[in-house]
Design a binder for this molecule. Structure first.
Ligand code: GDP
Ligand code: MG
Length: 684
C-alpha cells in the first residue's frame, strides 16, 4: 500500500481496505480532536473524464492525473483518499474550510471494461454509502446518451441504495452533477432538464423493495447541477468556473450557497467513520446483505465500548488505594465524586457523538463498573464506621448523666447513633456513588442491637448487685435484732420485715410491679426471671444471716438473756432481792420455762400457725448475687441449689441438746449464785 503522502489508496486494486487510514487522518489533522467537524465527499464518473484534475483544481489535492501527451494509463486503480483544509474560490484565491476528505475513484479505462465493472459498481456503492456529496462527473456530450455512460451504473447504485436506506428517511445524499467541457450552446438549464428526466426514468424503472413503492428520488437524493468550461480551450473560464464551484464548498454558514447540509452527514466522529467505512467495504466486497444503519450501530457499540474502557482505565489509575477512616467521610465522598464525574465527562466527550441509544446503553455499563469499584471502598469505609459509631454510642451512653431512666438513655443514644449512620448513608446515596447500602444498614443495626443488649445486661447486673447488697444490709439491720430478741411469733415478724426490705429496695431501683423494663428494657418473661433472681438472692442472704446469727453459742446466749431477764428482774424491771431458797426455785422454774419457750422457733422457722417457712423461689448458695446474669438459661444450676425445705431447719436435734445442756449449766450457775447471796445476807 502507498504511504501516507498527500493522498492514500483507501482501497487497492486487490480490493483491500487500507488499515492505515486512521493514521492518515491523524497525520492530516495533526491529531486535532476533529470530532464530527469534517466532511467526506467523493467523485464518480467514467475513466479519464477529468475527475482527478477537477478535484486537484478545486481542493488543491494531489491525485494522480493522466498525462495528456503520453495518453497512457498512469493512475493506479482503486479508491484514493485526499485531505484538504482550503478550497479555490476564484482563479487565484483560496479560502479555509473544515477538514474535508475527498474520495477519488479510479476505475479502469473504457477499453479494459468487462470484469472490472464489478469494481466500479462496488466503488460507486461504497462512495454513496460513506460520503455526503457524490460528484457525478460527465462530458457534455454524454448528456442524453443513456447507454455507455455512467447512468447505467447509477441505476444499480439507486437500486442498492434503496434497499439500504429504504426504511430511512433522515439520511440523504447530494448528487452533484458536474458537466465538463460545457461549450455553452446548450444552456445548463436544458442539460439539467435532460438529466433530471433521465434520472426520473431510471427511478421509475427500479425494482423497489417492499414498503418503498411510493418513495421518490427526492426522498433519498438532492440534485444539483453545474458546468465547467473546457480546461484546455478555455483555461480562464475553466478556472473561473472552478472558483464558483469551490465557493459553494466554502460558505458553509450560508445554507443558500453551501452544498453541505446536516442531513448528509453520517454523524460519526472521524475514527468511527473509519470503522464504518471499513465495515461497509467488507460488506460490499463480500456481497453480504447491506444494512448500513446496522453498521452504524455496530460501529457505535464498538467505539463507545472502547471509549468507556479508556475512561474507566483512567478512573482506575487515579483510584485511591488507601482505606478511608470513619472521620474521612467528606474526603472519600469528594474523591469518589470527582473521579466518577471525571470518568463520565471523558466518556461523554468522545462517546456522545455516536448513536444515542448505544451511547446511553454503554454509559450505563460504565456507570455500573464505576459503582462496583466505589462500592468496594465504601463497604470497607462502612465496616470501620460501624465500629466507630458503636463505640461512640457506648461512650455516649456513659456520658449521659441526666437523671432519666436507663431505657430512655439507651433509646436516645441508639436513635442518635442511627441518625448519624443515616446521614453517612444519605451522602453516598444522594450523590449516587452507590445505589444501595442495605447490607451495611442491616449490619449496623444488628451490631448496634447487640451493643444495646450488652449495655442492658451490664445495667441489669449492676441493679441486681446493688439491690442484693441493699437487701442484705437491710436484713442485717432489721432482722438480727428480731432474731436475738425472739418471741413465739418470731418468724412472722421476720417474714414481714423481709418482705418490707425487698419491696423497699425494688421500689428504690424501680424494680417493682414487673416494671424492670422501665429500667433496662426487658420483656415480661425476662422481668419475672430477674425478679425471681433478686428474691432468690434475698433468701440466700436471709439464710446466711440467720445461720450466722443462730449459732449454738448465740442461741445459748439468747436463752440465757431471756432467763436472766426473767430471773433477776421482777415485773417492774427491778432487780429481785431473794428472801429464801423456795422463792429462788420458783423464779428459776418460771424463768427457765420462759427461756425455753423460744428454743422451738429458733430451731425451726415456722409461722405462728405452725406452717414451716419455705422460700417461694429456689435459693442458690453460697451467693446467688455475684453470678453472671444469664437471661437465656436458667440461673440456678444443679449444685448449690438448696432444697427450699432446708431453709427452715436451723438447729439439729443434737445441736439443740447441746444448747440445752449449756443453757442448764449456765442457768444453774446463776441459781447457785443467787442461793449463795441469801446465805451471805442471812449470815450477816
Ligand atoms: P480521470 O481519470 O477522470 O481522473 O481523468 P484525469 O484527471 O486523469 O484526466 C484525464 C485526461 O483528461 C488528462 O489528460 C487531462 O489533461 C484531461 N483533462 C482534464 N480536464 C479536462 C477538461 O476539462 N477537458 C478536457 N477536454 N480534458 C481534460
Ligand atoms: Mg483520476
Amino acid at each position: 500500500m502507498t504511504g501516507l503522502g498527500p493522498s492514500m489508496q483507501l482501497i487497492n486494486e486487490e480490493k483491500e481496505f487500507n488499515s492505515d487510514v486512521l493514521d492518515f487522518f491523524n497525520k492530516h489533522t495533526n491529531s486535532r480532536d476533529v470530532g464530527m467537524d469534517y466532511h467526506v465527499i467523493s467523485v464518480f464518473g467514467s475513466q479519464s473524464s477529468g475527475k482527478s484534475t477537477l478535484l486537484n483544481a478545486v481542493f488543491g489535492t494531489k491525485f494522480d492525473t493522466m498525462n495528456a501527451k503520453e495518453k497512457r494509463q498512469q493512475t493506479t486503480k482503486g479508491i484514493w483518499l485526499g485531505h484538504t483544509k482550503e478550497v479555490a474560490v476564484t482563479s487565484n484565491k483560496k479560502e479555509p474550510i473544515k477538514d474535508l476528505f475527498v474520495l477519488d475513484v479510479e476505475g479502469s479505462d473504457g477499453a479494459e471494461r468487462g470484469e472490472d465493472q464489478d469494481f466500479e459498481r462496488k466503488a460507486a456503492l461504497f462512495a454513496i454509502a460513506v460520503s455526503e456529496i457524490l460528484i457525478v462527473n460527465m462530458w457534455e456530450q454524454q448528456v442524453g446518451l443513456y447507454q455507455g455512460n455512467n447512468m447505467a451504473l447509477l441505476k444499480t447504485v439507486f437500486e442498492v441504495n434503496l434497499s439500504l436506506f429504504g426504511h430511512r428517511s433522515d439520511h440523504k445524499v447530494l448528487l452533484l452533477f458536474v458537466i465538463r467541457d460545457h461549450v455553452g450552446v446548450t444552456p445548463l438549464t436544458s442539460l439539467q432538464e435532460t438529466l433530471e428526466a433521465e434520472l426520473q426514468e431510471i427511478w421509475a424503472g427500479l425494482t423497489k423493495p417492499e414498503g418503498c413503492e411510493d418513495k421518490t428520488l427526492a426522498d433519498f437524493f438532492d440534485l444539483k447541477f453545474t458546468a465547467l468550461a473546457h480546461k484546455v480551450l478555455q483555461p480562464d473560464a475553466f478556472m473561473e468556473n472552478v472558483g464558483t464551484l469551490g465557493s459553494r464548498f466554502a460558505n458553509e454558514s450560508d445554507p443558500h450557497v453551501s452544498y453541505f447540509k446536516p442531513a448528509y452527514h453520517h454523524n460519526l466522529p472521524i475514527d468511527g467513520w473509519t470503522m464504518y467505512a471499513n465495515n461497509c467495504w467488507n460488506q460490499i466486497e463480500t456481497n453480504k446483505d447491506l444494512d448500513l444503519p446496522t453498521q452504524q450501530i455496530l460501529v457505535a457499540k464498538f467505539k463507545t465500548e472502547e471509549i468507556a474502557q479508556q475512561s474507566f482505565g483512567a478512573f482506575l489509575e487515579n483510584y485511591p488505594n488507601e482505606a478511608f477512616s470513619s472521620d474521612q467521610k467528606q474526603e472519600l465522598v469528594d474523591t469518589l465524586q470527582e473521579l466518577k464525574s471525571e470518568c463520565l465527562r471523558e466518556y461523554d466527550t468522545y462517546a456522545s457523538r455516536y448513536a444515542k441509544p448505544v451511547y446511553i446503553e454503554t454509559k450505563k455499563g460504565l456507570a455500573s463498573n464505576i459503582e462496583a469499584k466505589c462500592k468496594e471502598t465504601i463497604s470497607k469505609f462502612f465496616a470501620g464506621t460501624i465500629e466507630a459509631l458503636v463505640a461512640a454510642f457506648e461512650r455516649d451512653l456513659l456520658e449521659r448523666t441526666k437523671p432519666t431512666s436507663f431505657v430512655t438513655k439507651l433509646e436516645t443514644a441508639r436513635c442518635d447513633a442511627i441518625e448519624k449512620f443515616q446521614s453517612f448513608v444519605s451522602d453516598f446515596l444522594r450523590l449516587e456513588l452507590v445505589s444501595s447500602l442495605k447490607d451495611e444498614e442491616e449490619t449496623f443495626l444488628a451490631v448496634l442491637d447487640q451493643a444495646c443488649t450488652v449495655q442492658s445486661q451490664k445495667q441489669l447486673k449492676t441493679i441486681i448487685t446493688r439491690s442484693g447488697k441493699e437487701i442484705s444490709n437491710g436484713i442485717k439491720e432489721d432482722i438480727i435484732v428480731l432474731l436475738t430478741h425472739p418471741d413465739k411469733n418470731l418468724w412472722d415478724h421476720v417474714m414481714d420485715s423481709f418482705n418490707t426490705i425487698i419491696s423497699r429496695t425494688t421500689q428504690r431501683f424501680g424494680l417493682e410491679d414487673n416494671i424492670f423494663d422501665f429500667q433496662v428494657g426487658l420483656s415480661q418473661a425476662e422481668n419475672e426471671k430477674v425478679y425471681k433472681q433478686i428474691r432468690s438472692g434475698a433468701w440466700a442472704s436471709l439464710h446466711e444471716i440467720v445461720n450466722d446469727c443462730l449459732t449454738e453459742d448465740n442461741v445459748v446466749s439468747i436463752l440465757r438473756e431471756r432467763f436472766e431477764n426473767k430471773f433477776r428482774f421482777d415485773e417492774n424491771d427491778s432487780p429481785r432481792l431473794w428472801k429464801n431458797e423456795e422463792e429462788i426455785d420458783t423464779a428459776y422454774r418460771v424463768a427457765k420455762e420462759h427461756a425455753l419457750e423460744v428454743i422451738g422457733v429458733l430451731s425451726l422457722a415456722s409461722t405462728a400457725n405452725h406452717t414451716e417457712i419455705i422460700p417461694d423461689v429456689p435459693v442458690k448458695v453460697p451467693h446467688g448475687l455475684d453470678d453472671e446474669v444469664d437471661l437465656q438459661g436458667e440461673f440456678e444450676d444443679e449444685e448449690g441449689v438448696y432444697h427450699q425445705k432446708s431453709f427452715a431447719h436451723i438447729l439439729t436435734a443434737s445441736q439443740r441438746e447441746k444448747i440445752l445442756r449449756n443453757f442448764k449449766r449456765q442457768s444453774n450457775t446463776t441459781v447457785i449464785e443467787a442461793k449463795r447471796s441469801i446465805i451471805r445476807t442471812t449470815s450477816h
